[in-house]
Ligand binder design. Structure first.
Ligand SMILES: Cc1cc2nc3c(=O)[nH]c(=O)nc-3n(C[C@H](O)[C@H](O)[C@H](O)COP(=O)(O)O)c2cc1C
Length: 170
């Protein structure tokens, strides 16, 4: 799939078929993640790939904004060392994985990690040492149906050439 097609087709997919995702594809997704840009080239990330049904179930219970993880085929948890730009790096890796998933015909949804009260519980469940920060949980599966990207703002209202013009009072 062309890069721009993947960007425009990517959407948050939260309903999946029960079909599993092969190990090779999951490896491809992590490979896409690790190829993201990283400030100061530190590559602070670790990716935990979860396929075990019981663990997916528990993740869905712990991450209350990602209950659908329990019905996913797999989940990739993105963790980063506490570097200066850990959040930017981890988010870049997450988006790479979402785009790669789209290109492979998979459905995926970014479930919040950083700032969520459940980060420690997720880390404990996955055996992750406390020095690593949870950036995101990416639920994955073969989509049940086609999903459109949920965008509400038009390009014309958010693109500004050179400066943001101050609107005149009406
Ligand atoms: C940082 C971040 C955290 C998100 N966390 C969640 C989440 O916890 N649960 C969820 O269902 N969707 C989550 N999303 C997905 C957004 O809800 C989704 O991207 C948004 O509604 C726009 O829809 P689209 O992805 O189809 O364009 C998150 C997205 C981002 C970027």
């Amino acid at each position: 799939m062309e890069t721009f097609d993947a960007i425009t087709k990517r959407a948050s997919v939260r309903e999946y078929q029960s079909k599993p995702i092969g190990k090779e594809l999951l490896e491809k997704l992590v490979d896409a993640g690790r190829r993201a840009p990283t400030a100061r080239a530190v590559e602070p990330w670790e990716f935990v790939v979860i396929q075990n049904e019981e663990t997916l179930n528990k993740l869905g219970q712990i991450a209350n904004t990602g209950r659908f993880i329990k019905n996913s085929a797999s989940c990739i948890a993105v963790f980063c060392k506490d570097t200066k730009y850990y959040l930017e790096d981890g988010c870049a890796a997450t988006e790479n994985i979402l785009l790669a998933a789209t290109a492979l015909g998979l459905g995926a949804c970014w479930v919040a990690g950083d700032k969520k009260p459940y980060v420690d519980e997720v880390a404990k469940l996955l055996g992750v040492p406390p020095e690593l920060k949870l950036i995101s949980l990416i639920s994955l599966g073969w989509p049940k149906q086609q999903t459109e990207q949920a965008k509400t703002r038009r390009l014309s209202e958010l693109i500004h050439w050179e400066k943001i013009a101050i609107k005149e009072e009406e």
